[in-house]
Design a protein around this ligand. Structure first.
Ligand code: GAL
Length: 658
């Protein structure tokens, strides 16, 4: 299914019916509305004006569209802020209030705001909870976007104190847990606790981890409450939320998604590519600026699907140049179709484009829509029509989604630990995730991205590239599962309260592999050193550990000084270093052979995803690429010699489509 984001309040009501008719004519089925409309729903305190929204929903519905209704809570109106200025959040980096005039200007710890957000959401839910045209809800909009999870307000400080009291019970326990004796940081009482902000130099890492856990809980609680009031008044309507890239939320995304019927994602491949490549050389940027990096959409799709292990939605899909990256190129011809079909190949139920018509006013006037500001169609509409024809010709969305054989396990807490204790500026959780994901996808593998709470039973290869905190529950699941597990360096290196485990790293993991990390060093990313494996020389980079291992542990790869770089005990493998891409590719490929997992060697900019028995191949290169498929493969879309920005879908001769 396809959809679009629409803002009836931005246009005269006289054009709504025509817009709706054109949406349907384009083949769109869903339309998301209202997520920023509070000042029109309630222009002043208590004066409700819902008639226009009634009409908009009726008009869209009459044209055959189904509506996703956003709660307007990302944009509290001016009168509300004037009435309760304490709603505004405080920037933890500066201590300054973040003011009115854009969006997301509220504090997750403000009880007043929670009450107001629930009030307006409940009013909407009562009114539209049984509306036949409203198929579902979106809570708020991009929770945490614009760095809004952390706040240094009084409300946040007071709520943090209460959170600490609840978690630690006794102030001495907290002092010990945070190591507060270290610089005379001991507290006498929970009411004396400060937020770890605006201090002269580094605050205790355990204190910062607690603040992040607390802040994540505040966002989750806000969303849970929103879901609760919506569900109280709605029947047969789903509740979802549109996530930003998971590493930007500062929230335990899996827990946030647990309250939803499914998770959604806002997909802006070129905006994110421009940011990701901000320090890349010209050649690399020119190569990908209009296609996006080959994993830029896929990685997100796999992450979002993994939040709830269910089909997901792309709630906002980039249709042309955006306005918010440093540079905003136009997608190469065909790329919107590629991102759309790729979403379906990775398990999307619906792709909804942002936005219907480019706004000629306000902040996003340079952001493309499906229509130009004068209502003429942008070329992307032709790609959308083509994508719909492709879906119906191939039956792609009717294919079953199966659990992959291979999963990457990451956690939000690991990200926070990385941000709190960098140790080496080149060690970056997200870079490591991208590197491992890229290596596995280059082997043509379907990959699930899962959290520590996931069921592990079905996986044959589990890759845990960066997990400094490994809970007792996860350890038990790792012990019980049968997967071969590859750990990256730093696994199990911290306790729940951000200390080095008593038995040294990898702490709890020692019950699976008999090693101790004696010391850690970090190096600048370009300072490579040799790593020897199976007679070949590769590179060790960035983070390197000195390992002592017991008799049951075999050394698979060595550093230049002949000390262990990769070790193994039965089905547990531990890498004591970050490595070059070539090592990961060869090493993981070798493991797949051992595990009897079928792999391919895909050219650099080709990606493949299997859904049911359809092998979908996406060409992110700027040249024709040869699809590596068996000679007798049946191409049901595209061809073996695949042009840039194009898609091929093939299946093995003997396999019928669903
Ligand atoms: C999203 C946001 C939209 C719009 C869009 C522009 O992050 O949800 O409201 O701002 O970006 O690309």
């Amino acid at each position: 299914m396809l959809g679009v984001c629409y803002y009836p309040e931005h246009w005269p009501s006289s054009c709504w019916a025509d817009d709706a008719r054109k949406m349907r004519a384009l083949g769109l089925e869903w339309v998301r509305i209202a997520e920023f409309s509070w000042s029109r729903l309630e222009p002043e305190s208590g004066r409700l004006e819902f008639d226009w929204l009634d009409t908009a929903i009726a008009t869209l519905g009459a044209a055959g569209l189904r509506v996703v209704l956003g709660t307007p809570t990302a944009t509290p109106p001016k009168w509300l802020i004037d009435q309760y200025p304490e709603i505004l959040p405080v920037d933890p980096a500066t201590g300054q209030v973040r003011g009115f005039g854009s969006r997301r200007h509220y504090d997750f710890s403000s009880q007043v705001y929670l009450r107001e957000a629930l009030r307006i959401s409940e009013l909407m839910a009562r009114r539209y909870g049984n509306n036949p045209h409203v198929g579902g809800w979106q809570t708020d909009n991009e929770l945490s976007c614009h760095d809004t999870t952390l706040s240094a307000s009084r409300a946040a400080r007071d709520a943090f104190r209460a959170w600490c009291r609840e978690r630690y019970q006794d102030i001495d326990v907290l002092n010990r847990a945070w190591g507060n004796v270290f610089w005379s940081m001991e507290y006498q009482d929970f009411d004396a606790i400060e937020l770890p902000v605006l201090a002269v130099t580094e605050t205790s890492p355990a204190h910062r981890l607690a603040y992040r856990r607390f802040s994540s809980d505040q966002v989750i609680r806000f969303n849970e409450e929103m879901c609760r009031v919506i569900r109280q008044h709605s029947t047969n309507q789903f509740v979802t939320h549109n996530f930003i890239p998971p590493e930007q939320t500062g929230v335990d995304n899996t827990r946030l998604a647990a309250t939803l019927d499914f998770a959604s994602y806002d997909n802006y491949p070129l905006g994110h590519t421009d940011i990701l490549l901000s320090t890349a050389n010209t050649e690399t940027l020119q190569r990908y600026q209009r296609t996006g990096l080959p994993d830029v959409a896929a990685l997100r799709y796999d992450q979002i699907r993994g939040f709830s292990n269910k089909p997901f939605w792309v709630m906002e899909q980039q249709p042309g140049p955006v306005n918010w990256a440093p540079n905003n190129p136009r997608p190469a011809p065909g790329m919107v179709r590629v991102w759309t079909l790729e979403a379906f190949a990775h398990g999307a139920d619906c792709v909804s484009y942002f936005r219907w018509r480019q706004a000629p006013f306000a902040q996003e006037q340079m952001h493309a829509g499906l229509l130009r500001p004068d209502s003429s169609e942008a070329p992307v509409c032709a790609e959308i029509r083509q994508a719909l024809r492709d879906v119906s010709a191939t039956g792609l969305t009717r294919q079953a989604m199966a659990t992959a054989d291979v999963a990457i396990l990451i956690s939000d807490e690991a990200r926070w630990i990385d941000a709190i204790e960098r140790q080496g500026s080149a060690y970056r959780h997200e870079d490591i995730l991208w590197q491992y994901y890229g290596a596995l996808r280059q082997l043509g593998l379907n990959v699930d991205i899962i959290s520590p709470t996931a069921v592990l039973d079905d996986y044959r290869l589990l890759v845990v590239p960066a997990l400094p905190l490994l809970s007792a529950e996860l350890l038990a699941k790792l012990q019980a599962c049968t997967a071969t597990v590859v750990f990256g360096p730093r696994a199990g290196a911290k306790t729940e309260d951000f200390c080095i485990p008593q038995t040294l790293a990898p702490g709890r993991l020692q019950s699976l592999i008999d090693i101790r990390v004696l010391s850690v060093e970090t190096l600048r990313a370009d300072c490579h050193e040799p790593l020897h494996w199976q007679g070949s020389s590769y590179a060790s980079t960035t983070w390197r550990e000195e390992i002592a291992s017991g008799a049951a542990v075999e050394t698979l790869a060595f550093f230049a000084d002949n000390t262990p770089a990769v070790v193994r005990q039965d089905r547990i493998i531990y890498l004591a270093s970050l490595t070059c891409d070539a090592f990961l590719r060869d090493f993981l490929s070798n493991l797949c052979t051992e595990l009897d997992l079928e792999t391919l060697e895909l050219p650099t900019d080709l990606r493949m995803r299997r859904r049911g028995n359809l092998n979908c191949v996406f060409n992110y290169a700027n040249t024709i690429q040869t699809v590596p498929a068996p000679d007798d493969a049946e191409f049901i879309l595209g061809k073996r010699q695949l042009p840039p920005g194009d898609i091929a879908i093939w299946r093995k001769q003997q396999e019928p489509t669903a």
